[in-house]
Design a protein around this ligand. Structure first.
Ligand code: BGC
Length: 766
């Protein structure tokens, strides 16, 4: 039976079921308005058995157990059986039109009700054509570019049959030790919220039924980024104020942007695993925020509620998870094995299932899957869209915008285009795999343009390449070898010899692309392996070094900052890495990126973040020999590079900071304006940043908080007046119980090109 026929039969069944004499229900099924979606969902729900409801809440991996431990149960045969019975609502990691069609066909044509599957995939920074890793993109502070980058990922993934991405990850994190900082928007909730919205809008577009848009997923709800000591899958113990002021804002922003799904996390929050956390999912997300999408668990995290020791077994875990509002089970087999019995023996109420299923069906209707379950299965589109020129141009653009110039003494950069002898050193310089970064399940290995290839396009110079040393002994994604750094220094001498002959040495050093990401926490933030030794050895031969960093997290490069004249933060920039780096090094692109995370001087400073609180002893005591104030004995308090830091090949000057009033009533808005001038010799872009400090609060307030920014293009000599508005939405904060307060008192405003700002003014809120 064809799908259309099946839907008509379904519609008629619904009509009969509802006692309708005419075919109104058919009309309902064909109409697209939101109301009618609710009616369709309700009608369909009435036809479903308990097992079919549970089926919608069950998600299976597509026979390719890649992002988690291989399930002990659930072989392919069993999964096919369940698909036929309508016991599967979603699959993940099925990709490619042919594969998606295969599983969709079973669900739609062989199951009793023919409800289509929603097909999920981790489209984290692109599908096949890769954008920079999300942390790098966040360094652009360019919301349009970030949105566009997500839409490129959506276009390619949807062309491969996928209609749901497990992105964006909107976890705020202040700890560079955590490997997953590469996947987020950095440490700041204001910037993180804007980026969350840009990404959701990029994935979902303005019409979810379009074949090139996909449902997004805000993850991991909540506080996964606050794992103790930056350790993966670890416990989280934070205050209510930290939760409400730092963790939740990007999730709220995603919900406001109408994100269709949320994913919970592997962490607990103050003793309650996120997956069984009613406070987060029922009270806040579905209660206070009144959000009507569905929550998917993280991989096997429902079963892990028992491993945490919060449930006694899988059955107990399933009960807790569904009660807490986890709507779909990703690969725990807890719902499929336990939920129906829990309903039948009266342990849980069927209405819990109804609520979850309605949420899931609603998204499927919104995606247009009931109209055409094969909407994303167009072979011609798959061929035409994936990897097309437009996408390569877009990811190159994003890559250039993501680069941060950390240091540029004596204008060593940009390089001259002719007549220079350049030694390019470092295994990462010729690597075509590492720049693709972590989380790139659909891209082909070794498809990045390497820095070497990018630089070779500039033919006016004499370029010599030497590896010097590898980074790690392993190169594949999922093995521990990645954490074993090489000790082989046998090629140091070649590199040193090349450096001696060169006018300028470009060294590409840092982490391999698979050294950050899930399961890659580190306790050492220095250059891995023998790279620091290589850097110092080459420095002895030639001090004219440009250090190009590749990394998925802030690194502690204190020695390099002290000695190396030019440092470029180039992260892992995706498919077009080498072209982007070369354009920046040679000055064809003037960098404008700013750090979305603070760079520490050493690992002991982490977690380190700009928006820390004042303490009772923040400054050295009058007698500077005294030790009794907030500091370390062996390193200064300041970071190596502050949040928001990033240079340009031109210079910007800030002046005329003005406030529309210096005193305002609570509820009134204040306008802040500042003149920014490009005083250098090149056109460029500056991220103008506005911070506030609320001096006295009913709970201690941070010393600085970002409350506005604008990416401003400025031609050489040009001045622009930039305006920001501050009002209740930016001047208030949440207390420990989640109440939003705007309190009278004195505030300071700071404006500048980083969190170490240049201009200040005060005002009072009365
Ligand atoms: C990760 C999620 C991801 C899921 C599916 C988990 O291990 O934590 O972020 O979406 O796997 O691949």
């Amino acid at each position: 039976m064809s799908y259309t026929n099946k839907m008509v039969v379904l519609a008629l069944t619904i009509s009969t079921f509802m006692g309708c004499k005419d075919n109104n229900q058919v009309a309902v099924l064909e109409s697209k308005t939101e109301n009618s979606i609710e009616q369709k969902v309700d009608s369909l729900l009435k036809l479903m058995t308990v097992e079919e409801k549970v089926g919608q809440m069950n998600q299976y991996n597509g026979f390719w157990d890649v992002t988690g431990p291989t399930p002990t149960e659930g072989n392919a045969e069993k999964k096919y059986e369940h698909l036929k019975k309508g016991w599967v609502g979603s699959m993940l990691n099925v990709k490619g039109v042919e594969n998606v069609k295969t599983v969709q066909k079973i669900a739609v044509e062989e199951s009793r009700l023919g409800i289509p599957l929603i097909i999920g995939f981790d489209v984290i920074h692109g599908y096949k054509t890769l954008s920079p890793i999300p942390l790098a993109e966040s360094a652009s502070w360019d919301l349009e570019a970030i949105k566009n980058s997500a839409s490129v990922g959506a276009a390619e993934a949807s062309a491969a049959g996928i209609n749901w991405t497990f992105a964006p990850m909107v976890d705020i994190s202040q700890d560079a030790k955590w490997g997953r900082v590469m996947e987020g928007g950095g440490e700041d909730p204001y910037l993180g919220s804007k980026i969350a919205q840009a990404r959701v809008n990029g994935f979902q577009g303005d019409d979810l039924t379009k074949p090139n848009t996909i449902a997004a997923c805000a993850k991991h709800f909540a506080a996964y980024g606050f794992g103790e000591a930056g350790k993966e899958y670890n416990t989280v113990d934070i205050s209510g104020a930290t939760l409400h002021n730092l963790v939740l804002p990007p999730f709220k922003a995603a919900a406001d942007a109408n994100v269709k799904t949320f994913m919970n996390g592997f962490n607990d929050l103050n003793g309650i695993p996120a997956t069984s956390n009613s406070f987060l999912q029922r009270d806040i997300l579905k209660g206070k925020w009144n959000w009507n999408g569905f929550v998917v668990s993280d991989w096997a995290s429902i079963g892990e509620i028992a491993t945490w020791g919060r449930a006694k077994d899988k059955r107990d875990a399933a009960k807790l998870a569904v009660t807490a509002g986890s709507d779909m089970d990703m690969e725990s087999y807890a719902y499929i094995e336990e939920l129906a019995n829990l309903v039948k023996d009266g342990t849980i109420d069927e209405s819990l299932l109804d609520d979850a299923v309605k949420r899931i069906l609603r998204v499927k209707f919104e995606l247009g899957l009931f109209e055409d379950p094969y909407r994303y299965c167009d072979k011609a589109r798959e061929k035409e869209v994936i990897g097309n020129k437009k996408h390569h141009d877009a990811v190159l653009d994003m890559a250039k915008k993501s680069i941060v110039l950390l240091k540029n003494e004596n204008n060593l950069l940009p390089l001259k285009k002719e007549g220079q002898k350049i030694a390019l050193i470092g295994a990462l310089a010729s690597d075509k795999n590492s720049p693709l970064g972590s989380w790139r399940l659909a891209s082909d290995d070794n498809t990045a343009v390497s820095v070497l290839e990018g630089m070779q396009k500039y033919k006016g110079n004499n370029l010599v390449y030497k590896k010097g040393a590898d980074v790690t002994v392993g190169k594949t994604a999922f093995t521990k070898e990645l954490h074993i750094n090489t000790t082989d220094k046998s090629e140091f001498n070649d590199a040193i010899a090349a450096a001696k002959q060169a006018d300028v040495v470009v060294m590409v050093l840092g982490e391999h692309g698979f050294q950050s990401g899930e399961g890659r926490s580190r306790t050492n933030l220095q250059l891995p392996g023998v790279q620091q030794e290589l850097l110092e050895a080459v420095y002895k031969a030639n001090k004219n070094i440009v250090l190009v960093l590749n990394n998925g997290r802030p690194l502690a490069i204190t020695w390099a900052d002290k000695h190396i004249p030019a440092i470029v933060e180039a992260w892992q920039l995706g498919t077009q890495t080498g072209n982007a780096v070369a354009e920046v090094l040679y000055g064809d692109y003037n960098p404008s990126g700013k750090l979305p995370m603070t760079f520490p001087r050493n690992v002991g400073q982490t977690p380190i973040y700009y928006n820390h609180k004042s303490t009772g002893r923040p400054v050295p005591m009058a007698d500077t020999t005294m030790v009794f104030w907030t500091h370390y004995s062996d390193v200064e308090n300041s970071p190596l590079y502050p949040f928001g830091h990033g240079l340009s090949y031109t210079d910007f000057k800030y002046k005329n900071l003005k406030l529309s009033k210096t005193s305002a009533a609570v509820g009134e808005a204040i306008t802040v304006s500042v003149d920014v001038t490009n005083t250098g010799k090149l056109d460029g872009k500056e991220v103008v940043q506005l911070y506030i400090r609320d001096f006295v609060g009913s709970i201690v307030r941070p010393v600085k908080e970002l409350k506005g920014f604008e990416l401003v293009p400025l031609k050489t000599g040009e001045t622009k007046t930039i305006k920001f508005t501050l009002d209740d939405s930016t001047l208030g904060f949440f207390d420990n119980n989640g109440n939003y307060l705007v309190e009278a008192g004195e505030f300071k405003i700071f404006v500048g090109g980083s969190s170490k700002t240049s201009l200040e003014a005060n005002f009072e809120l009365k």
